[in-house]
Each structure stands twice: as C-alpha cells, then as structure tokens.
Design a protein around this ligand. Structure first.
Ligand code: ITT
Length: 204
C-alpha cells in the first residue's frame, strides 16, 4: 500500500526509506507532496510525532508515518531534547549546535566519559485516516565526543559515540547505524523503534 513519510528532513527520510525497503512499502514524503509542516507544539517526542503523523494523514487520506527525535545530554539536564532541530537554527547549522553543546560541557568540566553521557530518542507514530494511531519510543545510549568524527549520517551523528562501539554514528554506514543484519539487531534509536512499530503494525 501507499504510505506518507511525514518528514522534511532528508537524513531521516533516507533512513526511513531504508528501514521500510524490506517491507516493499511504497512511500512518499511530506516534502515531496509539498505538505505544510505542522507546528511542533508538543512537550514530548511522542506528542510531536503524533502531531506530524496525524496532520499528514488528514491532509492526504493516506496512512502516515512520523519520527520525532532528538539528542538528550545528561549533564545538560536532557538538552537539547525536543529542541534538537531548533538548536541548529534556520540555517540547520549542526556544527554550531554541536559546538554549543561542547561549550556547555566544558563549562561544567565534563571531561570524563561518564560525565558526557547522552542518548538519542526516536518516537515513531503511524496515523491512519480513520484516526487510529500506533506509537513507540526507543533510545540509544552513548557519549558525546569532541571533536566530531566522520561525515556520514546527519545532525549530531559525528559527535555521538554509541556505547560498545569505537566509531561515532558519523563514522558508520547507515546499515551499521541501524544495526540491522548482518551487523546486529537494532542499534540506533530509530531502527529499534522501527522494528517495534513494524511488529505492532504487522500483527494488526
Ligand atoms: P521533521 O520534523 O520534518 O521530521 P526535523 O529535523 O525537524 O524534521 P525533529 O523535529 O524530530 O525533526 O528534530 C530532530 C533533530 O534531532 C534532527 O534535526 C537531528 O538534528 C537530531 N537527530 C535526530 N535523530 C538523529 C540521528 O539519528 N542522528 C543525528 N541527529 C539526529
């Protein structure tokens, strides 16, 4: 069937298309459909994912799939969190946003790995035009590294080292970042959430 991927973020879209590919689902993005971006007025990842998915389902009459995600740094009381995209500003300058995080960590003398703990969160929502929704949320734990390493991925990937790995998300191929076979069974917040959501949707 047809599915709308309710995102305007090209990095996310690429990952979602890779995750959906094995299911043979034909997906078109909100950006490709020129859908308006709803205001993300929620106070949680889950609320914002639901806002984006239901807006796209209502606008198109098709089931819609949305991700709301972000980076939460322990020493910064979980910032930037739901404001992760907004910290990069209108020019989407993630180098500036990563530099800002590092500046705040330095101010707190966070030099040891244990003081630099962080996690990514992904809340995924599928909304059907009849109003039904399914939602999941997952995370991946790791630490902030400086300077950023690698040019793969998007957003904060080069400054995030997932626990148990020697390379940042910016140094991994998307397949490794997902942690899909043959490399494992779910590493990134988005891939883990996707696997959970796919199980729910297939059982429906
Ligand atoms: P849409 O709302 O159109 O999907 P967005 O970029 O505005 O796009 P969010 O509001 O969910 O999406 O913001 C999440 C931000 O968190 C995103 O822009 C990235 O900077 C960051 N982020 C989320 N997942 C990430 C990942 O896997 N790797 C690196 N950064 C990530």
């Amino acid at each position: 069937g047809r599915l709308v991927i309710a995102t305007h973020n090209p990095g996310k879209l690429a990952e979602m298309r890779e995750l959906l590919a094995p299911y043979g689902i034909e997906a078109v993005s909100a950006a490709e459909l020129n859908l308006d971006e709803p205001e993300e007025t929620g106070t949680t990842f889950a609320a914002n994912a639901r806002i984006k998915a239901t807006a796209a389902a209502n606008a198109t009459g098709l089931p819609a799939f949305a991700d709301d995600s972000g980076l939460c740094v322990d020493a910064l009381e979980g910032q930037p969190g739901i404001y992760s995209a907004r910290w990069a500003g209108p020019s989407k300058d993630f180098m500036a946003a990563m530099t800002q995080i590092e500046r705040l960590l330095q101010e707190r003398d966070a030099t040891e790995p244990a003081q630099r703990k962080a996690h990514f969160v992904s809340a995924l929502c599928v909304a059907w035009p009849d109003g039904h929704v399914e939602e999941v949320e997952e995370r991946v734990d790791g630490q902030m590294v400086w300077p950023p390493r690698g040019t793969a991925g998007f957003g904060y990937d080069p400054a995030f080292l997932p626990d148990g790995h020697g390379r940042t998300f910016g140094e991994m191929t998307s397949i490794e970042k997902h942690g899909l076979p043959p490399h494992g069974m779910g590493l990134s917040h988005r891939a883990k959430a996707f696997v959970k959501l796919a199980e729910i949707c297939l059982a429906r």
